[in-house]
Design a protein around this ligand. Structure first.
Ligand code: UFG
Length: 327
């Protein structure tokens, strides 16, 4: 199937592109390179374009006879979204509306959307199931939920089959540690700890040690990038006969910030400074997924549930790319 990968030069998009090509699909990457890396896109057609550019999207969908779209081209910083809500709604919602509009115009009806655990806000019950209340507490989560709602109504018209995949904490490096995570600035826990282990930053700061968790630090559900991408392939397949799919993607097992730090120390064999600081606003104490629905309906089962293996893959990538991607 010819699949347009919006944001295919980014961390998750580039891993997805590789996996699609590997499994016999024909991915076409569409990315404005505002965050992504040209170097992460290998041997597939690449269109440098913005999702605000309706005409270019339509042209690209036609040119490559696209049958499905996967969309990874969003802004992802929760904190930044609080400071710049307009920016987040513009890119994450308005530009996705533009993309869906172009798809309708051309008659492309399959859509796999990167959603997020942030749609649940501060969940009262963990692990979280898909039918838990959705009360996002920041513009990032709200903008993603707004797209999910739009997709829901568009699917009711019979013009769209979509899957909304709610990621928990995507991490690790795919393809044997060759496709990794390179954000600028970096805000994600695992790459930041690895940078501390590599001596590239003076310490790792723990944001809050007084949470109601066994060691007082926040617990998250870390899911390996390849497992995440595998679920997209399965969902894409299912869109041949289903109009609406919504799944949590996580391992269902949580690790605390302190446990993640200890695991990086073990994998790297390095010691580094750990500084306890204040809580980061908006962090729920525990976020773990109940992913039984994806397991049951898609036959999805993570291959890398152990944190140590996830971190090994990330450690490998960072060591082979100490300054990140070159372009
Ligand atoms: N943390 C630290 N120190 C750091 C960075 C993070 O202690 O330097 C902590 C955070 O407070 C949090 C945990 O590590 O408790 C994980 O933080 P990340 O920033 O790596 O990830 P989040 O859980 O905040 O966010 C991730 C994605 C978001 C998505 C969210 C959904 O990055 O895009 O999951 O739950 F919205």
């Amino acid at each position: 199937m010819a699949v347009l990968i919006a944001g295919g030069a980014g961390y998750i998009g580039s891993n997805m592109t590789f996996m699609l090509a590997q499994s016999g699909h024909e991915p076409v990457v569409y990315d404005n390179l505002s965050k992504g890396h040209r170097q992460a896109v290998k041997d597939v057609p690449f269109v440098r374009g913005d999702l605000a550019d309706y005409d270019l999207i339509v042209q690209t969908l036609r040119k490559y006879k696209i049958e499905a779209v996967m969309h990874f081209a969003a802004f992802i910083e929760v904190g930044e979204s609080m400071d710049f809500p307009l920016k987040y709604y513009q890119n994450n919602f308005c530009n996705t509306h533009n993309l869906l509009n172009a798809m309708e115009q051309v008659g492309v009806n399959k859509f796999v959307f990167s959603s997020t655990a942030a749609v649940y806000g501060m969940p009262e019950v963990v692990p979280i199931t898909e039918d838990a209340p959705k009360i996002p507490i920041n513009p990032y989560g709200q903008s993603k939920l707004a797209v999910e709602n739009l997709c829901h109504f568009q699917s009711q018209t019979g013009k769209l089959n979509y899957a909304a995949l709610r990621y928990f904490n995507a991490c690790g490096a795919g393809q044997n540690g060759t496709l990794g995570e390179d954000h600028s600035p970096e805000s994600h826990l695992i790459p930041l700890i690895i940078q501390a282990a590599m001596g590239k930053r003076e310490d790792i700061k723990i944001f809050g040690t007084d949470y109601p968790t066994p060691d007082g630090t926040c617990i998250r559900d870390y899911i390996h990038i390849e497992d995440l991408c595998k679920a997209h392939l399965l969902a894409l397949d299912k869109l041949n006969d289903k109009t609406e799919l919504v799944y949590n993607l996580g391992n269902g097992k949580g690790y605390s910030v302190s446990q993640v730090i200890d695991t990086v120390k073990k994998v790297s064999g390095k010691d580094f400074k750990v500084t306890k600081t204040e809580r980061r606003p908006g962090d729920p104490p525990v976020l773990t997924a109940d992913a039984a629905k994806a397991e049951k309906e898609l036959g999805w089962k993570p291959d890398y549930p152990e944190l140590e293996r996830i971190i090994e893959s990330a450690w490998k990538w960072h060591n082979q790319n100490p300054d990140g991607y070159k372009d």
